[in-house]
Design a protein around this ligand. Structure first.
Ligand code: HPA
Length: 277
């Protein structure tokens, strides 16, 4: 079997496995990031599966990530959510980490909602802020679409001129105002990690127009675009880089800040989802 056939059959196998177990075709696929597990707490869950029980799924290895797939409803919409994601720095390829998105697309999602913990670069930002992503810069030096194109999902050269759905950005801003949640907006720079940014890198990222920096999300978003999904990304700003007054970043503080942002983000997502057609 060639690689394309083998990738397609792995996706189909995982999708068939899930379809047999899920009550209703999901409308929305969600990915919750580091410390943001509370995003699934509001769901009416009808199935919770450890990744290791799903055929061909990678397995999450890091602190703050659960590694379960949850299916159910949120605000009366059918949802499938990944509690915990995969990162390239764990040793996975960009293709591996985006495998679950292909599977969720295959079982019918139209929307992909992503959250993650990020470092703030915009000097107006404060830790615990939320930011809706309006554009990104892929600095991973990699791309999940390398290799033979999976024609059943999308084109060889997907257009990236409007990756983040404008209507969802508008809706998120409306719901944030309504609920009194402060919502920043800006450009996300996706790096490989796992080392954090040096002060010179931080200055460089600001210069090229990034407002926040993280080690996930861009590969997932690129595959989401390839699958034709409507994408919304809201990130928690867990720390802010001040290149002129550098401070050490601790992963404990990052997780604690994401956990603080989690309930705000969960409320916002719920309000947004309740308004979807
Ligand atoms: N840099 C990269 N990724 C991150 C950061 C950061 O400062 N904070 C949380 N995730």
């Amino acid at each position: 079997m060639n690689t394309t056939n083998s990738t397609n059959s792995k996706i189909t196998e995982a999708a068939d496995f899930l379809r047999e177990r899920i009550k209703k075709e999901p409308l929305i696929g969600m990915i919750t990031g580091t410390g943001l597990g509370s995003l699934t707490e509001k769901m009416d869950v009808d199935l919770r599966l450890p990744y290791k029980e799903i055929p061909n799924f990678p397995i999450s290895t890091i602190e703050g990530h659960k590694g379960t797939l949850v299916s159910g409803t949120l605000a009366n919409k059918s949802v499938i959510a990944m509690e915990g994601r995969f990162h390239i720095y764990e040793g996975y390829s960009p293709k591996d980490i985006t495998f679950p998105i292909r599977v969720m697309s295959k079982i019918g999602i139209n929307y992909l909602f992503i959250s993650s913990a990020t470092g703030g670069l915009n000097q107006q930002f404060e830790p615990d802020d939320l930011m809706i992503v309006t554009d990104h810069i892929n600095l991973t030096g990699n791309n999940p679409l390398l290799g033979p194109n999976l024609d059943q999902f999308g084109p060889r050269f997907p257009d990236m001129s409007e990756v983040y759905d404008q209507d969802l950005v508008t809706l998120a801003r409306e719901k944030a105002l309504e609920t009194g949640i402060s919502l920043r907006q800006g450009v996300y720079a996706g790096l490989l990690g796992p080392s954090l940014e040096t002060p010179a890198e931080t200055r460089f990222l600001r210069m090229i127009g990034a407002d926040a920096v993280g080690m996930s999300t861009v590969s997932e978003v690129i595959v989401g675009v390839h699958c034709g999904l409507k994408i919304m990304v809201i990130v928690a700003i867990t720390n802010v880089h001040r290149p002129e007054a550098t401070e050490k970043i601790s992963i404990e503080e990052v997780i604690a800040s994401a956990e603080k942002a989690g309930p705000k983000l969960a409320l916002l997502w719920e309000k947004i989802i309740s308004t979807l057609p």
